[in-house]
Design a binder for this molecule. Structure first.
Ligand SMILES: [Zn+2]
Ligand SMILES: [Zn+2]
Length: 436
């Protein structure tokens, strides 16, 4: 263990860069290997604690990737990185720490947990994130025989994959099914796992903090795990988990809407065993009046209530699995995006009927947008020329600026689209798939 305050010059400089929020210099030092990842300053702060306190999620990620101890407890007042993250108010930094296994029940020298400290200074988003995060400790409980049990309910070997499954933010059934294919041991052991998830749901409902959101999430994931396992065992549908994924991504013939996915999510919510809970009532009230195929979809509603309001917008996400990263547009219509060739292939069966029409729509929208922008630019230019000394003229220039931004972002978009076209030759190509 590093001793308090015994720092090399490079380590001192690392702390100073972290304190200043200088990401580039700090990462250069980290990558150089000349600093101990868990070195301690004179108060027992580690670099990770420092980055957390600054609310720098990216920096926390880098430190953790380099092996920083997320639960270091050498701070003079026993503060942890999670406590600092929560105090900073950065939801992203807090999430990075949680996902890396930060213990939520750790207490400082005054007996306060991270959530209690955050609540004290009004960081409600971080507090709610912590309170609704499934910790490894939560699962650990089930790996020990309880009461008269001879065998524990959960095998220790399954904990890492199950924890990753439980803390994932993407609630799209397609993404869930793909994760389960890659972590097939969860499917093989689904009976005991679903039981554990039901018990977790119950314990979160009955806990004194009443963690409804986490309870709903556990129920939802348990439901999807059971579905996948049933398809896998041919108790439902045909073609195993692949068949389930195809079923989920089959578009309705009239408009291509993923009607099966909508139905399954609605069913999952309906089967929640605690109808008196606020989250259940809110979900039902929001979803029930919506005609299937209109916004919001059940997926958007449940994502918002579990992950927070800002998470329900999927406009730049993969249309199949709502993954945000590496999304490339269909080169033919430029109206739908995919994260992978697999997702595009899954969608092609129903998308091919609409791709041509969407391509036309795209051209029309583009033309209309351009015409409108030209017109607006003309008008605002004229107005500016006529009234150069407009005193309370905030509106005009700002509207002008806005349309400039629109033109710029439009240009960027078109450029990106072109890049996508040339960059992914044969990857994300609607036309290629249509031949296959
Ligand atoms: Zn995808
Ligand atoms: Zn298309």
């Amino acid at each position: 263990m590093a001793k308090l305050g015994e720092l090399t010059e490079d380590e001192k400089s690392l702390f100073s860069h972290l304190n200043k929020g200088d990401f580039e210099e700090a990462s250069r030092l980290l990558r150089s290997g000349s600093v101990r990842i868990d070195c301690l300053d004179e108060h027992g702060m580690t670099p990770l604690m420092c980055a957390a306190y600054k609310g720098k999620a990216e920096m926390c990620e880098l430190l953790i990737a380099q092996g920083a101890d997320v639960n270091s407890n050498h701070h003079e007042q026993q503060y942890t990185a999670l406590m600092f993250g929560c105090l900073s108010g950065s939801v992203d930094a807090t999430r990075v720490l949680l996902e890396a296994g930060a213990r939520v029940n750790a207490e400082n020298s005054l007996g306060r947990t991270a959530a209690q400290l955050g609540a004290f200074i009004g960081q409600s988003e971080c507090v709610s994130l912590i309170n609704n995060f499934l910790s490894v400790d939560d699962l650990g409980y089930y790996t020990k025989p309880q009461g008269l049990e001879k065998e524990p309910k959960l095998s220790v070997a399954l904990v890492p994959a199950l924890h990753k499954f439980a803390v994932s933010q993407n609630l799209c059934p397609v993404k869930i099914a793909m994760y389960l294919q890659d972590n097939f041991e969860l499917v093989k052991n689904y009976k005991s796992l679903v039981k554990v998830m039901e018990l977790l749901t119950e314990s979160k409902i009955k806990s004194k903090e009443m963690q409804e959101v986490l309870a709903m999430k556990m129920h939802y994931l348990g439901f999807m795990l059971k579905k996948c396992a049933h398809w896998n065992e041919k108790l439902e549908g045909k073609g195993g988990i692949d068949g389930f994924i195809k079923y989920l991504t089959k578009g309705r013939s009239s408009d291509g809407f993923f009607i099966n996915m909508e139905d399954i999510i609605r069913q999952a919510i309906k089967e929640f065993d605690y109808p008196e809970c606020t989250i259940f009532k809110q979900l039902v009230q929001t979803i029930a009046p919506v005609e299937k195929g209109r916004d919001p979809t059940a997926l958007a509603v449940i994502t918002q209530s579990i992950n927070g309001l800002r998470c329900g917008d999927f406009s730049d996400c993969c249309v199949v699995c709502i993954e945000k990263r590496n999304v490339k547009k269909c080169s033919a219509c430029k109206m739908v995006g995919y994260c992978s060739v697999r997702c595009q292939k899954l969608h092609w069966q129903s998308h091919k009927k609409f791709c041509k029409q969407l391509a036309k729509d795209y051209e029309e929208q583009l033309a209309a947008q351009l015409a409108e922008e030209k017109l607006e630019d003309g008008i605002s230019l004229k107005t500016q020329q006529e009234k150069p000394s407009l005193m309370n003229g905030e509106k005009k220039p700002s509207a002008n600026r806005k349309s400039d931004e629109a033109v710029n972002s439009h240009k960027l978009k078109t450029e990106n689209d072109q890049n996508t076209n040339t960059g992914t030759n044969g990857d994300i190509e609607g036309t290629n798939l249509s031949e296959s």
